[in-house]
Design a protein around this ligand. Structure first.
Ligand code: MRU
Length: 333
């Protein structure tokens, strides 16, 4: 399968994640404004994929404006700043923008080269982080094929290729250690049922979709050996922002003494924040909650609370793992 996001001649090409699982199609984005719009409506999403989008967006801008005058450089920097703010929580977006901007004094070709390096690195670091996480889970879980619960989408669609938490599942499956993946549907935008189930079906990995509200009951029934999720931003102490619902899962997993592992890349770490209290949480449109595929599911005008992410304190996590190994540990270690 093609990369989730890539460069093609003079445009950014993405898999349109709003169309899955019904339709597989790609979109060509030729301006930074088109890219920002695609990021805001989650046509491209997931922290590592947003890092790639940030880097490629700066490359688009540098080619459009050029780099040989002060006003051209200012125009690129202004577009880069707007791009970095397209979504506020995943720190990878700013990381990707800044990686590409660092090459701006060397010209537009150098910016593109550095942006493409961000994409190439992504698969390598995902594979390494998810291998560390798989080994940790094999040490912590019963010696039999595992029932793994996951939330949101952290697979190849959330990255350039391979995936973080779902990459861990792929390693475990290749090792013959997956019995079944329990896939939280992940309200309100259904990244679990639409995207994770699609990826797992594509790979022939046994799985079962459950409503988010059934996850704690599945733990209580002894159906879950471990939980593995990704991250959008991890503070210096290991507190982790991830898709809304992660915190509740971690509370339930701690109650049932079930290992809970966060898999992220170093580019998702924000060492400038001592703890998760400073992480900005994106709030999204009310219609994502009050409508389902355009059909009203709440009375018109209902007030809504729709945070896209929550912060799980490190004390509720077994570990946060990156390509460099264990970054932080919490309970049970
Ligand atoms: O709103 P989304 O779909 O961009 O949220 C994505 C998540 O929360 C993922 O769990 C996270 O980015 C990790 S992706 C490897």
């Amino acid at each position: 399968m093609a990369r989730t996001i890539d460069w093609d001649g003079d445009a950014v090409v993405i898999i349109d994640q709003t169309a899955l699982p019904e339709t597989f199609r790609t979109l060509r984005l030729e301006t930074v404004d088109e890219l920002i719009e695609a990021i805001r409506r989650l046509a491209v999403r997931g922290a590592p994929a947003l890092g790639a989008a940030g880097a490629l967006g700066v490359a688009l801008s540098a080619r459009r404006h050029g780099t040989d005058s002060e006003s051209a450089l200012a125009a690129v920097r202004a577009e880069a700043e707007r791009l970095a703010h397209a979504r506020p929580t995943a720190v990878n977006l700013r990381y990707g923008v800044e990686r590409a901007l660092a090459a701006l004094p060397q010209g537009a070709d150098a910016v593109l080269t550095d942006a493409l390096a961000v994409l190439d690195e992504d698969e390598r670091v995902n594979r390494a982080a998810s291998r560390h996480a798989a080994e940790l889970l094999l040490r912590r879980c019963p010696p039999r094929p595992l029932r793994v619960l996951t939330h949101c989408n952290t697979g190849r669609l959330a990255t350039v290729a391979w995936g973080t938490a779902l990459g861990t599942v792929r390693h475990l499956h290749a090792d013959g250690r997956i019995d079944q993946v329990l896939v939280d549907e992940t309200r309100p935008l259904l990244q679990g049922s639409r995207l994770t189930a699609w990826e797992l079906a594509d790979e022939g990995i046994p799985h079962r979709v459950l409503p988010d509200g059934a996850a704690a009951a599945a733990m209580a029934r002894g159906m879950v050996d471990c939980v593995v999720v990704g991250a959008d931003r991890v503070a210096a102490n290991g507190d982790t922002a991830n898709k809304i619902g992660t915190y509740g899962l971690a509370v339930a997993a701690a109650h049932h003494d079930i290992p809970f592992v966060v898999v992220a890349t170093e580019s998702t770490l924000d060492r400038s924040l001592p703890d998760g209290g400073g992480i900005v949480i994106e709030e999204r449109a009310a219609e994502e909650v009050t409508q389902l595929a355009g059909v009203p599911v709440a009375p018109e005008g209902s007030a809504v609370f729709n945070p896209a992410f929550d912060v799980t304190p490190v004390a509720l996590l077994t570990a946060v793992v990156t390509e460099n190994g264990v970054f932080a540990t919490g309970r049970g270690t």
